[in-house]
Design a protein around this ligand. Structure first.
Ligand code: FAD
Length: 464
């Protein structure tokens, strides 16, 4: 008998699960109360990465003289920046809409879903009226939304979230970014390059990452002109004429800092979207971190699953949401999913980029694993020199016992593309020899990865 599955939310988690479920023959109801693509496509990954491209171009223009190019009088228009972002988003949204509609066994229902019982979804249709669908299973993929801090003054005009910033048609003259997580750092770095005078207030720089990155990234930011404060917490936001002032206090000393800007971006985390789902009445456990799930993403009610940002696993990444969704539908359709969900690349689109996968050196030490470490600098890589992007390094860690690659951390040009060779190695438990056996093309940034791996056995050619 055909399985009926309702998926609530058509973000990357929900819509990819819908397509995979349809490919496997399920009858899918995909319910969405906004646009397909969710946060990622409309207010997250894609909009920020179109801005990131502008930031890269502005950075190249600033440094044009290094390449012997004289550039005079360039200016970025906030409206053009927005228009380009909207065009990219619209192209992708309509592409996904077409893709979904090409599956006859996916019914896309524009509306707000609520769970009536474990086999019934009630939908308040966007076109008016209500509808109910009967299903065998339910997948909650309702994602997350920006979370405001409890800092005094967050309700003042000009205090914004990432959603608001992406709708702003102007490029602010000055902006204070509160938050040293991925979203805060990306916006700080991007807007600094777009011409905004950015002040970063971070209680820490990224979580669970190589310590050298947390030390070096603020140094790069400062070199680029960003006022950067780390180990500091915002205490209060107040009006200061027509600007906003943030009063912040260092975590480990009494000293306070006062900074002023036109806008204050609060990037202090995101919380699960659970309102209106009727979770309490049907017995699904959740808290401020998300819906509780087991290793197969099943909630406390049998047959109902939660994937992506909304669950309590705490990994807010589009590719993780998609893979969790695909994992659930494959299991529901009787297929044993063949993917290692514990290995996923973390990418930070700052200038320079940061990416890591697998274990960090600290985690390896904590686990008591005997390991080897190697670091290759981009300044010794021909392609990086030709690009004029020599800042940064690739670090690789391997197990002494079986030579398997344990972790890779990259700071530098195209880190977010380069990281996948490390992800491939770790997810497939490849050892150092399998990388060593693979000829890497010259001149490429990938050679830096190869040389970092060669360095584990002291046989890197371009390492002293
Ligand atoms: P979402 O994408 O949030 O989708 C949930 C969907 O459910 C939404 O469309 C919502 O409208 C819908 N919905 C909610 N409630 C209901 C309901 N009751 N009925 C019907 N529909 C409902 N991740 C990366 O991997 N790479 C990046 O570069 C990256 N950059 C980011 C930049 C920013 C500024 C932000 C905010 C996030 C970024 N992320 C990035 C995170 C990424 O966007 C999320 O991890 C991802 O979107 C989560 O997917 P999801 O499907 O779980 O939820």
């Amino acid at each position: 008998m055909t399985k009926n599955i309702a998926i609530i939310g058509a973000g990357p988690g929900g819509y990819e699960a819908a397509i995979r479920g349809a490919q496997l023959g399920a009858n899918i109801y995909l319910i969405e109360n906004n646009k397909v693509g969710g946060t990622c496509l409309n207010r997250g990954c894609i909009p920020t990465k179109t801005y990131f491209r502008n930031a890269e171009i502005m950075n190249s223009l600033k440094r044009a003289d290094e390449f012997g190019i004289e550039v005079e009088g360039y200016r970025l228009s906030g409206k053009a920046l927005q228009d380009r972002k909207n065009k990219v988003v619209d192209t992708l949204v309509s592409g996904i809409e077409k893709l979904i509609s090409s599956y006859k066994n996916i019914e896309f229902i524009p509306g707000t879903a609520s769970i009536k019982d474990k086999n019934t979804i009630s939908i308040e249709l966007l076109s008016g009226g209500n509808r109910e669908v009967e299903v065998d299973n339910i997948i909650i993929a309702t994602g997350s939304k920006p979370q405001m801090t409890e800092t005094k003054g967050v309700d003042l005009e000009g205090v914004i979230t990432s959603d608001d910033l992406l709708e702003l048609e102007e490029i602010p003259e000055s902006m204070i970014v509160i938050g040293g997580g991925v979203i805060g750092l990306e916006f700080a770095s991007i807007y600094q390059e777009l011409g905004t005078k950015v002040t970063l207030l971070a209680s820490r720089i990224l979580k669970d990452i190589d310590k050298e990155i947390t030390r070096r990234l603020p140094m790069f930011f400062r070199k680029q002109g960003m006022e950067t404060y780390v180990d500091i917490r915002a205490k209060e936001i107040v009006k200061d004429g027509d600007k906003l002032k943030v009063i912040a206090k260092y975590k480990n000393k009494e000293e306070e800092v006062e900074v002023v800007g036109d806008y204050v971006l609060i990037a202090s985390g995101r919380g699960p979207v659970v309102e209106g789902l009727n979770l309490d009445n049907i017995g699904i456990s959740y808290d401020g971190k998300g819906i509780k799930v087991n290793d197969d993403f099943e909630t406390t009610v049998e047959g109902i699953y939660a994937i992506g940002d909304v669950n309590s696993k705490g990994i807010q990444l589009a590719h993780v949401a998609s893979n969790q969704g695909i994992h659930v539908v494959e299991e529901l359709m009787g297929i044993q999913p063949d993917i290692n969900l514990d290995v996923y690349p973390n990418c930070v689109f700052t200038l320079p980029e940061v990416a890591f996968v697998g274990l960090t050196e600290d985690e390896i030490k904590e686990k008591g694993i005997e390991y080897k470490a190697s670091k290759f600098l981009f300044s010794a890589n021909g392609k990086a020199l030709s690009l004029g992007e020599t800042d940064g390094f690739i670090k690789v860690f391997s197990s002494k016992e079986d030579n398997k690659i344990l972790g890779v951390t990259i700071l530098g040009p195209h880190a977010n593309d380069l990281i996948h060779e490390g992800a491939l190695a770790i997810a497939n438990k490849l050892d150092v020899e399998s990388i060593n056996r693979t000829i890497h093309a010259h001149p490429t940034l990938s050679e830096a990865f190869m040389e970092a791996v060669h360095g584990l056995d002291n046989k890197a050619i371009h390492m002293a």
